[in-house]
Design a protein around this ligand. Structure first.
Ligand code: CAA
Length: 263
């Protein structure tokens, strides 16, 4: 199946919904799905788009978000092929994590292995009450290969990440919420509407400001505090050269609502 049939993109104004469509295999990530997702996110980021994307939602069709990397495809891989596959997964997760617009993972069901890692590369996670999260790779004799050993630890803390990765246990949406893996849990039927509501709210804000906040938080995570704060101060200052800053503050002082142009 062509990679663009495995990944659907729907646009409503500045909000995009990216849906992984391989429900018969619980949206398992084979090389084609990984390529389809990378293509979709690259196209959404394309600056030639007349109405740029300001927020995106990533979700899965059917009862799973993503039940992991495709075990049937991985089973016969040589170390060289496995490295190529892991590199493609890492590149995809980095593409999502570093995109100029926020991406919400709407986790509608299983988010296991590479699925949990994909959700972790999004800015935050909304979960359906039926969702289940886990890094079950040790059951297969491997370790997480799309960033789970690193991003899970940064999200939920080292001890919880170690427990999840060493046991391979799944946790419920409520447990994911309690450990800070998910930001909120909704009845399954309401998940997408709630994610759209938040994405639409984000899309109405100053896009340069949202993108800059995302960039500073992402890069700041790997810097010492004084350097990260300096990065924040410089980025803060740079925004004072934008029409969005002038328009936003003028609108506040004039008691009107700002409409941001992203300039
Ligand atoms: N890879 C390939 N196929 C998968 C899959 C996966 N990760 N997960 C599910 N499927 C397939 C099943 O083989 C099955 O296909 P057939 O109908 O052709 O047999 C179909 O999806 C439906 O799955 P089940 O019948 O197993 O559904 P279930 O409801 O009984 O169980 C489940 C659901 C508990 C999620 C179970 O499917 C499961 O344990 N899946 C594997 C989870 C896993 O180990 N994920 C980690 C993969 S490794 C990884 O991701 C590495 C990395 O970090 C990059």
């Amino acid at each position: 199946m062509a990679d663009n049939e495995l990944v659907a993109v729907e646009r409503t104004g500045a909000v995009a919904v990216v849906t992984i469509q391989r429900p018969d295999k619980l949206n398992a990530l084979n090389a084609e799905v990984v390529a389809g997702l990378a293509r979709a996110f690259r196209e959404l980021a394309s600056s030639s788009d007349p109405e740029p994307v300001r927020a995106a939602i990533l979700t899965g069709a059917g009862k799973a978000f993503v039940a992991g990397a495709d075990i049937a495809q991985m089973a016969q891989m040589t170390p060289v092929e496995a490295k190529r596959f892991a590199d493609a997964g890492h590149a995809l997760c980095h593409l999502i994590e570093s995109s100029s617009f926020p991406v919400i993972a709407a986790v509608n069901g299983y988010a296991l292995g590479g699925g949990c890692e994909l959700a972790l590369s999004c800015d935050f996670i909304y979960a359906a009450d039926v969702a289940k999260f886990g890094q079950p790779e040790v059951n297969l004799g491997i370790l997480p290969g799309f960033g789970g050993t690193q991003r899970l630890m940064r999200r939920v803390g080292a001890a919880r990440a170690r427990e999840l990765i060493f046991t391979g246990d799944m946790v419920s949406a409520e447990q994911a919420l309690a450990m800070g893996l998910a930001n909120a849990v909704f009845p399954a039927a309401e998940l997408l509407a709630k994610a759209r509501e938040t994405a639409t709210k984000i899309a109405s804000k100053g896009p340069l400001a949202v993108a800059a906040s995302k960039r500073v938080m992402l890069h700041g995570e790997t810097l010492d505090l004084p350097t990260a704060c300096e990065l924040e101060a410089q980025t803060f200052a740079a925004l004072f050269g934008s029409e969005d800053q002038r328009g936003g503050m003028t609108a506040f002082l004039g008691k009107t609502k700002a409409t941001f142009q992203g300039r």
